[in-house]
Ligand binder design. Structure first.
Ligand SMILES: Nc1ncnc2c1ncn2[C@@H]1O[C@H](COP(=O)(O)OP(=O)(O)O)[C@@H](O)[C@H]1O
Ligand SMILES: [Mg+2]
Length: 225
């Protein structure tokens, strides 16, 4: 395991398989990956190749069958579920294709939610983040009263509330038209550039992928360079 200080995360030999109806399907078959602080990576690959599976492992939402994973000096591969949740809340922000907002609570409350789980809710900070993403005048709206692009802005503000070093974005522009998608990409790019957030983004759109510093491709369970 490399302990280079500039490495935000190191994956070695990560394997993940699913067993369905007695048949085992190997999905990730030995993933090696180093992501450095400040990187902006695009992860591409055919539908069903395991992109979300890999992102979920990196995001500590899922654990591999074997392999090593070091995130910020934490040996994540050996952690209990509750320690994984702590690491996840502290270090990682998530952005999803379908926003994953809770419809019954306000925009402000959605942004606060990850900090509620950490026991350090700061409404002032949530408001500042909503200003940052351009939603100052939508703070008390419900998610369903917003456009797709505005919903994704809320999700981006929510991803930042615990001040994570890593942002994981799974097809963040997948549900948006191309103009709105570009606006969301401009925002994600500015987080990387101006706030030194490390970003790992799944996309199947070549134009979007080319905005990243580096493109990695997943196929047949492995990363091809
Ligand atoms: N919880 C699960 N149980 C069984 N199979 C799964 C599960 N999650 C994903 N898979 C399968 O693993 C493969 C990879 O899925 P996924 O990581 O979502 O691919 P991608 O994001 O690249 O489209 C697919 O064949 C999918 O059906
Ligand atoms: Mg996916």
């Amino acid at each position: 395991m490399k302990l280079d200080k500039s490495n935000l995360l190191v994956l070695e030999g990560i394997r993940r398989e699913y067993t369905v109806g007695g048949t085992t399907y190997p999905i990730l078959q030995g993933i090696d990956l180093i992501v450095k602080t400040g990187d902006f990576l695009a992860l591409m690959g055919p539908s069903g190749s395991g992109k979300s599976t890999l992102l979920n492992i990196i995001g500590c939402l899922d654990t591999p069958n074997s392999g090593n994973y070091i995130l910020k000096d934490n040996d994540v591969s050996k952690m209990t579920i509750s320690d994984l949740a702590k690491v996840r809340n502290k270090h990682i922000g998530f952005i999803f294709q379908n926003f994953n907002l809770i419809p019954s609570i306000s925009v402000l409350e959605n942004v606060l939610l990850p900090s509620f789980y950490m026991g350090n809710e700061d409404p002032k900070k949530a408001e500042e983040l909503l200003v940052l993403v351009g939603l100052k005048d939508r703070i008390n709206y419900r998610p369903n009263d917003l456009s797709g692009g505005q919903k994704q802005r809320v999700a981006i503000a929510r991803s930042l509330i615990n001040n994570p070093s890593l942002i994981l974005a799974d097809e963040p522009t997948g549900a948006l038209d191309s103009k709105t998608g570009q606006e969301i990409m401009d925002l994600i790019l500015s987080l990387n550039r101006d706030q030194n957030k490390t970003v790992l983004m799944v996309t199947h759109d070549m134009n979007i992928a080319h905005m990243a510093h580096r493109i990695i491709k997943l196929s047949d369970g492995k990363i091809s360079k």
